[in-house]
Structures are given as C-alpha cells and as structure tokens.
Design a protein around this ligand. Structure first.
Ligand SMILES: [Zn+2]
Length: 272
C-alpha cells in the first residue's frame, strides 16, 4: 500500500487511521435520527447513534429528527431525546412550512429547549416551498433577530433551495447564520458566490462531499476553510467515511482542524 498518510508520521490522518478516533473534538453539524423509508440504516436511534459517535470522538451532533421534519413527532419530543444524552446531542428545530401553527408554537418554546435547540432546519426541496416564500418568513425573522444558525438543505439548480434563492436569503437576513447543507452540491460557482457576496454570515456544510474526490480541495480553495463546516447526514452516512474524507483531502492540517471543530467552536463557543 502506498497510502500517502503513512508518509507523514504524526499527521492527523495517521493518528486517525491508527487509533480509530480523532484526538480532537469533532462537531457534526448535520445529522438526522429515526428510520426513513428511503434507506435501511443500521443504527438510527439515539442510544446506538451516540455509542457510535463516542467511538470516533464526535463531541456534538446537531440533528433534525426525520419524524419532526416529515410528521409523526413534534420538536418538543426531540428535545426530550436530547435530554437523555445531554453531553452529545443538540437539535435543529424542524420547520415544516405546511404547518404554520406548529412553527408559531415551536418558536415560542425555543428558549425552553436550551441548551439543546441551537438553531432551525429548513428542508425546502422536500417540502416543495421555496426558501424565499412567505411560509418561512416568521421562522427566518426569528433566527435573524437572535443571530441563530439555520441549516438549509441546499442543492445546485433546485428551484426551492438553489444558489440564487440562498443568496437572496443570506442578504435579506444578515444576522442569521446560514449553514448551506451539501454546499449547493453541483453548483460550485454559487457555493463560492453565496460566501463571497454576503457579509460573513454563510458557511458551506460538507454532507455528501467527502466521498467525492477533489471536491473538498476545490471548496477550500474557493472560499477558505474558515467557511466550511463538517457534517454527515448521519445516520444516512457514516462518521468514519466522512472524517476519513476530510483527513485524506489534500489540504493543510489547519484546514482540517477548521472544518472538523474550530469553526463550530468559533460560531457557537466551546461550551454549548
Ligand atoms: Zn440532511
């Protein structure tokens, strides 16, 4: 084997492959929980997910529960799950634009869910309502007033959450912290533009990208590692695969540290 990591004794990659976990905290900023009809997941409930994340050294997972996104569970119940694993689980409050009453109620309860609720999740492609449309306004204003993170599912070319809609949203809500889930996959021109043309309130999130050779390198070159967050869609994809993709990328170790934990700590602090 000629793995380049073995040519770098003492590297992050070498330590990761040898020990099976990182020697620094990892913050996974894009997770889910619960079964989903589209895929079989070996471990998708909190106890097994937490055990797996502890093996690799994930300090925090911020997730939105599938049933809170698609029906069957309210955000209040997700907060109860977080309370069972307070040292690792944090949640995005799922925003379903088809249930305005739920949005209103959940935003009123947001503060009761501290420290577990750290922001909001918007899944426009699946709910078929464009991010700039009225049903999201109340939630986005709430996040903007408080400077909260909002994880948007984004995808290049999507009419609901593609580049132009995210650029417009980031300019309109300049205090909100926009995490672009999947980094507008497939539209790297807009990944770059949305970061470059906004006032420092946008980060690209990596879900789906670590398995795509050369993609992390291009994003780091385009926007700088300070604007990139680690995320996985766990339990859809595995933490080991995604961390492996980051530490195997041809970027500096400073870049890896920014992506895997420093940026999350800069945004949310070390104690959350
Ligand atoms: Zn996701």
């Amino acid at each position: 084997m000629n793995g380049s990591i073995w040519e770098k004794p003492g590297s992050i990659a070498e330590a990761f492959w040898k020990n099976g976990h990182a020697d620094f905290p990892i913050y996974d900023m894009h997770g889910h929980m619960g079964p989903h009809y589209a895929i079989y997941m070996k471990r998708c409930e909190a106890p097994e997910m937490v055990a797996h994340m502890k093996r690799i050294g994930v300090r925090r997972l911020v997730f939105s529960h599938h049933q809170a996104l698609f029906g069957g569970m309210r955000n209040a119940e997700v907060a109860e799950i977080c309370k069972q694993f307070p040292d690792i689980l944090r949640m995005y409050v799922s925003i379903n634009p088809h249930y305005p009453e739920w949005i209103k109620e959940d935003l009123e309860k947001f503060d009761q869910w501290a420290p577990y609720a750290v922001g909001l999740k918007i899944l426009a492609d699946y709910h078929k309502v464009k991010v700039t449309d009225k049903p999201y306004e109340k939630a986005l204003r709430f996040a903007d007033e408080r400077g909260l993170p909002v994880l948007f599912h984004t995808w290049g070319g999507s009419p609901y959450n593609g580049g132009p809609a995210l650029l417009e949203t980031a300019l309109k809500y300049s205090k909100m912290k926009l995490f672009l889930g999947h980094s507008l996959y497939g539209d790297e021109e807009y990944s770059k533009r949305v970061v470059a043309e906004t006032p420092g309130n946008v980060w690209l999130e990596l879900t789906a990208i670590p398995g795509d050779r050369g993609h992390i390198e291009r994003l780091v070159k385009a926007v700088g590692s300070e604007r990139i967050l680690y995320g996985t869609d766990f339990p859809w994809f595995d933490e080991y695969q995604a961390v492996g993709g980051v530490v195997s990328a041809k970027i500096t170790e400073d870049d890896m540290r920014n992506i895997l934990y420093r940026n999350a700590e800069r945004i949310l602090g070390k104690d959350w």
